[in-house]
Design a protein around this ligand. Structure first.
Ligand code: SAH
Length: 245
């Protein structure tokens, strides 16, 4: 039996998560927040486990999806309180480096540390704190059994990047660059909840000029592979193939 009976899936964008929601038959889940928070929640059963999906939702002023670190951290923290999951998984898209073996549509599992690349605090005692070093579950062996590559995920608050960001991304040893994982890792670290991420590549940061154009062009392909890999990963977990903490 799986050590993980309640699994919380966190995603930033509705478009990233819709195919998985449909393919696993997620239905709306009851929420009981005192506040009018935008997070939208769904649940389903898979192989005897309870799956909760929690999306960051939309900004009521602009109508856009709540991408980014702050909303991902708040959504996760609130959902951990509501559902007490045994495991949190963030699934989504990311930019990545061809030099590190990435291709558009290739799906990676995270390594056991999460980083920020634009939290620069060059003061004694604050540098590593700014960089994150937030703990993640070591899923290396599990990834190997599923023939999936792993890579370090570095998070920031921008879709594009500056030269300084790039320097920090490299210093973090990252293969993947996105906008939520380290925020989610922070909520999981605070609450002692095991966490890892599944990231599908939308654009090759070292090969293309505009992340935004590539993101839009490759999004459907990336979501297709994200959906099938996330399903495979979840099915393996509920079969008990991911060892407990
Ligand atoms: N154009 C989109 C906005 C997406 S923002 C829209 O129409 O709504 C980017 C989202 O995709 C974030 O959730 C982020 O985690 C992820 N992402 C994908 N590729 C990325 C990259 N190269 N850099 C940063 N984030 C990326």
């Amino acid at each position: 039996m799986s050590a993980y009976q309640t699994i919380l899936l966190v995603a930033a964008m509705e478009q990233e998560s819709r195919p998985l929601k449909e393919s696993l038959g997620f239905r709306p889940a009851a929420t009981s927040s005192r506040f009018a928070v935008p997070f939208s929640r769904f649940e389903t059963d898979l192989g005897g486990a309870r799956l909760i999906m929690s999306l960051n939702g939309k900004d009521r002023r602009y109508g856009n999806e709540n991408v980014g670190l702050e909303m991902a951290a708040l959504n996760t923290y609130d959902a951990i309180h509501a559902y007490s999951p045994d495991l949190v998984i963030n699934f989504g898209t990311a930019g990545a480096f061809k030099d590190k073996g990435a291709e558009v549509g290739r799906v990676f599992l995270s390594k056991d540390r999460f980083f920020f690349h634009d939290h620069r605090i060059p003061l004694s005692g604050y540098e590593d704190y700014g960089r994150g070093y937030l703990p993640g579950l070591d899923v290396e062996a599990f990834a190997q059994t599923l023939s999936l590559p792993t890579g370090i995920v570095s998070s920031g608050s921008s879709l594009d990047f500056t030269d300084r960001d790039l320097e920090e991304i490299h210093r973090n040893g990252a293969t993947l660059k996105e906008m939520e994982a380290a925020g989610i890792a922070w909520s999981c670290y605070l609450t002692g909840t095991p966490f890892f991420a599944i990231k599908s590549v939308t654009n090759l940061v070292d090969k293309t000029v505009s992340s935004a154009n590539e993101f839009e062009k490759n999004f459907s392909l990336a979501v297709e592979s994200l959906t099938s890999t996330t399903r495979t990963v979840l099915e393996a977990i509920v079969r008990g193939e991911l060892p407990g903490k």
